[in-house]
Write a protein that binds this ligand. Sequence first.
Ligand code: HEC
Length: 103
Amino acid sequence: MPRLAALLLAGLGLLLLVTGAMARERACIPFHLKTEDGKVINPLTGENADQPYSPRQTCGACHNYDEITKGFHFQQGWDVISDDFGQKLNKPWVLSDGMLGKF
Ligand code: HEC
């Protein structure tokens, strides 16, 4: 019986190790924020620290910016918003299927 318990514990440990490693893989690797014209923003040195960051320049270096900005969680209804969106739902106050255009 103790052997079975040890085996189960080892199995559980291995499972936690593997899922832990998988969870760590799904993260961005370290990167600098960038301005709209691609300059590095470094608040530690003050380099361009007063400039706004550009998601297109920063995230778009590795991610498909055009694809992501088409997504529902990015658009939140902006791509379908219209005054008559809610007519077919019999809820004329609803202007989109996202967070925009609700109450
Ligand atoms: C230097 C390259 C790089 C940059 C720059 C970068 N990422 Fe990532 N990002 C990655 C990698 C690599 C992954 C892991 C992808 C995977 O595991 O499928 C990732 C994963 C992600 C995920 C998780 C995706 C998932 O499936 O769980 C999100 C959200 C994300 N990035 C958002 C951003 C945002 C927002 C920015 C800009 C502020 C950004 N990333 C900038 C490389 C980068």
